[in-house]
Design a protein around this ligand. Structure first.
Ligand SMILES: O=C(O)c1[nH]c(=O)[nH]c(=O)c1Cl
Length: 310
């Protein structure tokens, strides 16, 4: 069975890739993901200037997942954009993702204009869901701001762009968010970012330093929420807007469920942090075994075909 896929008309030889934030801060890390069984990579979310991020410890792997309050540490847009421009000349047949966001709407426009004026031919993932910059709310929880920002972006940005979304937990919010995204030529929505502002306690103490221990939750804890967001947007969005599924992918079975719920690409975060890039080959083999057992040749044989109980 084949686990190849396409996003916005770009072909990928595998439907698995890293989630932004994991294994993607440096060129060395990105090259390792690129040279693994992953079909693509996405960079750490880039801001205009490099950022040190929050004080450590700011990321912890825990038995059922992870908690992080990194604070958007990154090497700055130029570092990632220059690498991607060089890479697309070296490997023109492959497509990669650039994740970005400004620390303000103006900075977001500055960054996106730089990308627009560059020769970048890959996919842009606008991160509307960072939960860990003190004082900065998650953009995509503010529907008015989100609609205004996207309206401004698409006045000048013509390269393929998708958005990274926080998890929503209310059916009305699925309705309202989807209604906004359906207004714009967005190529994909990536559901979900970490569940914001969880708290992990060890004995009597928090696990991470920033924000008195509050941080985004990933891993097994979040798969039901991730699948619900994937499927809710799959049900509601214009079919021209594809879904990337992120959250709780440990096994081929988890990847299968994301695709069954409507995902065209599946991202791996916490599991990649714990296991390393060998996770991509393992999960791919497990997914292929499930497809073989069920007689599915391609993802399209089962993508979005979640059954209800009537
Ligand atoms: O703290 C972070 O850097 C971070 N951490 C997350 O869990 N999601 C994000 O989008 C970001 Cl930007």
């Amino acid at each position: 069975p084949s686990t190849q896929t396409q996003i916005a008309g770009f072909q990928f030889n595998n439907c698995l890739m890293n989630a932004a934030g994991v294994a993607c801060m440096t060129i060395a890390e990105l090259e390792e993901v690129k040279n693994s069984a992953a079909g693509s990579f996405v960079t750490k979310t880039a801001t205009l200037e490099p950022r040190a991020g929050n004080p450590e410890p700011r990321y912890r792997d825990v038995p059922l997942g992870s908690i992080n309050s990194m604070g958007l540490p990154n090497q700055g847009l130029a570092y990632y954009l220059n690498y991607l421009l060089d890479l697309q000349n070296r490997e023109p047949e492959r497509t990669f993702f650039l994740s970005l966001v400004g620390m303000s709407p103006d900075e977001t426009h500055t960054i996106l204009r730089q990308v627009q004026e560059s020769g970048f031919t890959g996919l842009t993932e606008l991160n509307l869901s960072c939960p860990n910059v003190p004082g900065k709310p998650q953009i995509a929880y503010d529907f008015e701001t989100t609609e205004k920002l996207l309206g401004e972006v698409f006045a000048y940005f013509s390269k393929p762009l998708g958005v990274k979304l926080p998890p929503y937990f209310d059916i009305v919010h699925f309705d309202q968010a989807a209604a906004i995204f359906n207004k714009f030529p967005i190529k994909f929505v990536n559901c979900v970012n970490s569940i914001g502002n969880g708290l992990y306690v060890e004995d009597e103490t928090v696990a991470i330093r920033p924000k008195n221990g509050f941080g985004g939750i990933g891993g097994e804890y979040i798969k039901p929420t991730a699948l619900a967001n994937v499927h809710a947007f799959y049900q509601r969005l214009n079919p021209a807007i594809q879904i990337i599924g992120t959250g709780g992918v440990l096994t081929g079975r988890d990847a299968f469920e994301h695709i069954l719920c409507g995902a065209s690409m599946v991202q791996v975060g916490t599991t990649l942090h714990k296991e390393g890039v060998s996770a991509f080959a393992r999960i791919t083999e497990e997914l292929q075994a499930i497809m073989a057992e069920k007689g599915y040749e391609t993802l399209e044989d089962f993508r979005g075909k979640l059954k209800y109980l009537g």
